[in-house]
Design a protein around this ligand. Structure first.
Ligand code: MOS
Length: 746
């Protein structure tokens, strides 16, 4: 096959979303929207204490309420067969290290924990009945106050069980202490909640005694399939998971949560399909959040700004029943060249539900601290923050001691700095003012995230009419996966994009990993490439087999514009004519693709830089973000438009993280007081300026056939630091605890 150099993609690189019209007209069907016959509605009632036991539950009124089919609680819940497994089955939900085992015992570990599920024939009747349930508790002491409990933080048992703390040391511990210039600073990130527009939802339908279909909001079809199969002790292939569209998730649908198990259990019990939608308030306690995190970053440098030591300590919040850990310290190990690095990661269990990855996840939290500290160091050294980063640029991965597969971070600094006019600023804090009297500040931050690739399988079917259907059990939480996959297939097959359909969101399709960690284009795109190449090989074999030019080898054929030809033109035939000649109604292929030995030879990361201009009101402390330039090295960009939307969305998330987002705990009750969209602030349109999303757009030579790295996480990682650093430049005030609300600036 001649045309080896795919993925130039000029013709299609800003293609509109293949499902855009369906989404904006309401035709796209989300998990709660499937019209299932005989549907019933489940509503969860939740605990109003943070720790203790349920003494009694009065469900009589609820049971007698109109339309109610069942009230399920630990008193009457069917046993979940998979719950009997684990290290301490007798203890049920309280088994340390196990996910919450919904309705398996009377123990309450956080405020908002499900205590009962009402199933009724309408949503309103279920809601009414759920409000009729009253619980009596035996209360126990509880802790939800992170700041007041930091002394109880400890290494995760999962690390200690391996006979190690998980501490990372390169070179000498705390080498920063001996450096001529040093800074030590503590940073706090409060609990943030993913809060996608679409609520978490599931419809569970038992098709037979051992067969269930779930229309489930998930990023992981195979994850949900496996978890449900394991819980109900049925074969995985008997669990069908459908997630055709996902209305945002940001990480909170990466795992399968207790409400999903509850819906499947309830559908079995009432013998009818059950729909369960987690309401906005419950989104704060049932589907994870970014954990409250304390960090201390200490940097030591020579007088000319060479890092000699980095120390990064982290304490992250977790629940009383599971240990959640994430990569908060990762970034300090590889982002800057530094001979001595030590990191430590501890967790603090509180009476809260279990956190989970939220966009960028730990790396976004860690990058906030590291890149704010770098800014502090730059000011102490009287050095431009970009210059400090250039002097400590890591030419190879200092953690793994491997060359980067590709790295255009310097180009990102250059490009973004030019665009925002960085070099025209007066570097002195509180030195710039706008015409309307606002304090003006510029700040920057760096993002980086592992450019992953794992295994996925795709299938393709070519029809006689020249249309192509590709299937893969991936999901699309918003980045436009189907669009990018159609573009990749179009490029490899050399047929127009409108002839190709990419189907995702069904566990019966060939297997793919979760959509997470910015690796879908890399992983699934590689499988799509492989299956398209495989189809072309089949077409080539059929075409070359045509008697008149058996001398032509399939490998010498050229594919262009839906046609196969040989150099001497003895073969010149359209793909569809190949099928016609062989009387084939269709042609299929299935291929798996996975990363190979290159993973041991190179270090794969995406990089980004964010530059921000803020205006701060000198009297009220109100911060307005006036301009954003984000530049990303994410390898080859398949679609400028959808990838650009990722960058814009990430920047908005970063502005929210920097200035607004905070789930506020009332420690008297262990309850969030702002668990709604009126009080939990995310940026709205009026908060967001024009965001300039720029790509270096150069292929990574090793990662995958497309040369594409991931873009989702690096859009957010480093953004909150850029805003905080800009606020410092504007005001001369270092705010190290997010969000930077006006009260912290006056
Ligand atoms: Mo992302 S936090 O991997 O959905």
């Amino acid at each position: 096959m001649k045309k080896q150099d795919f993925f130039n993609l000029e013709a299609v690189e800003a293609m509109d979303r293949v499902d855009g019209r369906l989404k904006v007209t309401g035709a796209a069907r989300y998990s709660a929207e499937f019209p299932i016959p005989k549907l019933t509605y489940g509503v969860l009632a939740t605990s109003t204490i943070a720790s203790g036991k349920i003494q009694s539950l009065d469900t009589k009124k609820a049971e007698r309420a109109p339309g109610v089919l069942a009230v399920i609680s630990h008193f009457n819940a069917p046993k979940i067969p998979g719950y009997s497994e684990g290290s301490n089955p007798a203890k049920g939900a309280t088994t340390k290290g196990q996910p919450l085992r919904i309705f398996s015992d009377d123990i309450i570990m956080f405020y908002g924990q499900p205590i009962a599920l009402v199933v009724a024939d309408t949503l309103e009747r279920a809601q009414f009945a759920a409000g009729q349930i009253s619980a009596q508790y035996q209360k126990a002491d509880f802790q939800t106050d992170f700041d007041g409990n930091v002394s109880h933080a400890d290494y995760p048992a999962q690390a200690k069980n391996r006979n190690s703390t998980g501490d990372y040391v390169r070179g000498e511990v705390d080498a920063y202490k001996k450096a001529p210039v040093k800074i030590e600073a503590e940073y706090v990130i409060p609990t943030e909640v993913h809060n996608p527009m679409e609520l978490q939802s599931i419809i569970a339908v038992w098709d037979a005694a051992d067969k269930v279909t779930v229309y489930d909001k998930t990023q992981s079809l195979k994850g949900a399939q496996g978890t449900i199969a394991q819980a109900f002790k049925i074969p995985a292939e008997n669990v069908q998971v459908v997630a055709t569209y996902v209305g945002g998730a940001f990480g909170n649908a990466l795992r399968t949560w207790p409400h999903e198990i509850a819906a499947v259990m309830a559908a079995q019990k009432v013998g009818r399909p059950v729909k369960l939608v987690v309401n906005r308030e419950q989104m704060f306690t049932m589907v994870g959040y970014r954990p409250y995190t304390w960090q201390k970053v200490s940097l030591g440098a020579t007088a000319d700004g060479k890092l000699v030591g980095i120390s990064h300590e982290v304490i992250g919040q977790t629940s009383a029943y599971e240990e959640f850990t994430e990569g908060t310290v990762n970034v300090s190990k590889f982002l800057y060249a530094c001979p001595n690095v030590n990191t430590s990661y501890k967790i603090l269990p509180l009476n809260v539900s279990t956190p989970t990855w939220m966009r960028g996840p730990g790396e976004a939290s860690g990058a906030f601290a590291l890149d704010c500290a770098m800014d502090e160091l730059a000011y102490q050294l009287n050095l431009d923050p970009i210059e400090l980063r250039l002097r400590n640029h890591a030419d190879i991965d200092p953690e793994r001691n491997l060359p980067w597969s590709s790295k255009y971070l310097k180009e990102c600094y250059q490009e973004a700095a030019q665009r925002i006019g960085w070099f025209k600023r007066n570097p002195k804090p509180r030195s710039m003012q706008s015409e309307d009297g606002m304090l003006v500040g510029y700040g920057m931050g760096t993002g980086s995230f592992s450019a992953g690739r794992s295994a996925a399988t795709a299938s393709i079917q070519m029809s006689a009419d020249g249309t192509y259907t590709i299937q893969c059990a991936t999901t699309d939480i918003g980045p436009g996966t189907a669009t990018a996959m159609v573009q990749i297939a179009s490029d490899v097959l050399q047929v127009p994009a409108d002839k190709i359909k990419f189907q995702l969101g069904n566990s019966s399709f060939p297997k793919a990993p979760s959509q997470g960690g910015s690796s879908t284009v890399s992983t699934v795109g590689s499988a799509v490439t492989a299956v398209c190449v495989s189809l072309k090989q089949k077409l080539a074999a059929l075409a070359a087999g045509q008697g008149e030019s058996a001398a032509v080898k399939p490998a010498d054929l050229v594919f262009e514009n839906g046609k196969i030809s040989s150099k001497d033109q003895s073969i010149n035939i359209s793909y569809t004519d190949v099928l016609k000649k062989h009387s084939l109604p269709s042609l299929d292929a299935t291929e798996e693709s996975r990363a190979g030995a290159e993973r041991q030879k190179y270090s794969f990361y995406s990089f980004s830089v964010h530059f921000v201009e803020v205006h701060v009101h000198p009297a009220t402390g109100q911060v307005r973000v006036k301009r954003v330039v984000s530049c990303a090295d994410a390898g080859k960009i398949i679609n400028q438009k959808t990838a650009g939307s990722q960058v814009i969305g990430g920047a908005i998330g970063g502005i929210g993280m920097a200035l607004m987002e905070e789930a506020i705990m009332d420690n008297r009750f262990g309850r969030y007081v702002n668990n709604n969209f009126a009080d939990y602030h995310v940026p709205v349109h009026a908060d967001i300026p024009h965001i300039d999303a720029v790509f270096i757009d150069k292929k990574d030579p090793y990662i995958n056939p497309m040369g594409s790295k991931g873009v989702g996480e690096i859009s957010l990682i480093g953004m909150a630091a850029a805003v905080a650093n800009a606020v410092f430049h504007a005001t001369g005030k270092r705010v190290r605890d997010l969000p930077i609300t006006p009260d912290k600036l006056i």
